[in-house]
Structures are given as C-alpha cells and as structure tokens.
Ligand binder design. Sequence first.
Ligand code: ZN
Length: 193
Amino acid sequence: MDDGKALIASFCTVNNIGCPPVVQYPADAWPFDACAYYRPTQINICVPKCAAIGTVGRAWSYPGHIIDRTPYGVLAHELGHHIDVLNSTTVDRYRGNFSVELRRQANEPKLTNYCPDDGEWAAEMLRLFITNPDLLRAIRPRTHAALIKRGLKPVHTDGWRSRLAGAPERTIALCARRVDEAATLSPKGSSNG
Ligand SMILES: [Zn+2]
C-alpha cells in the first residue's frame, strides 16, 4: 500500500497532474465487493479486501505483474481512471472518451479478465504502464505506444524482469510466455496501423 501510494504520487509528479487523494476504509465500513473505486477526483480503497501477494495456488497477484490486485496494482488501476477522466472531453459514468479512443486505436486484447467496458480495459492497461511499463511495451506494444504518443511518461525505465525482482518463478515464467506470444503475433517492424 505504501509503495503504491508513493508510485502513484511519483507518476503524477512526472506527468504534471494532481494526485487524487487516497481514502482508506476498514472492512466493516465497506459494503462493496470490489476493493476500490474511483470517483472524480478521489481514490477509495479497502486494503483488507484487496488481494495479498500471491505465491501459490490460484493467488497470482504480484506487484508489477500482469495480474495485480494487490493494493499496489489497485492504486495504479484507480489512477488509470483518474487519467482517463483528466484526458477526456466527455465522461459518462466515470468512463471517458480517452479510454474509448485509446482502445479503438490500439485495438489490442484486454490485459486481464476484468474488462466489462472500455474504461476498465484502459484502467488495466494504465495500471501496467504505471507499475511495469516495459512489460506493457512487450505484451501490448500498440497500447504502450499510444500512451506514449498521448504524452504520458512512465516512472520506471528498467526492464520488466527487474520490476519483478523477488517474484515467484512461476510469475516470471508466465510473463516470459506472454512476451514470447506477443513477439510471435506482431514481429518487430510490422504494424497493423
Ligand atoms: Zn476500475
């Protein structure tokens, strides 16, 4: 949680945007299934409802991983909604035209299963852009390029493996597999426009 708060603050500084306040709630004061939500311009989060760092079984979340429902990833995802709203000229139920146009232009598959609409598609992409930009570049190159083209600057400039230092081997292996798959689908130099 602390690392996530520091990261979103850095991202906002680097990108010259106001960082939304983060308000934490205890589990007994949180009536929702989701562990966080964004309403302009505040991030609300219930840390006990977020995922713990996963090392075994079906717990796959890890900070900076493709799958990351830890507070670190959740804060970055919610900041993604903030960026969407800030960069949109029209906003409908907290989803802006920034997300809609980003998805249409990049035309890449959703990052995770959590993708009920364009706003969540974009928030998940922005999450990885914030937590592990090199991994987004490797597995969703057109989305990464579209974000750079829109003037967004990542905080981290190191490689994706370095971002995942200390992660379980299976986590690194899953990312490496996705990176290989992406390289096969869109070889360097090719473009789908
Ligand atoms: Zn969301």
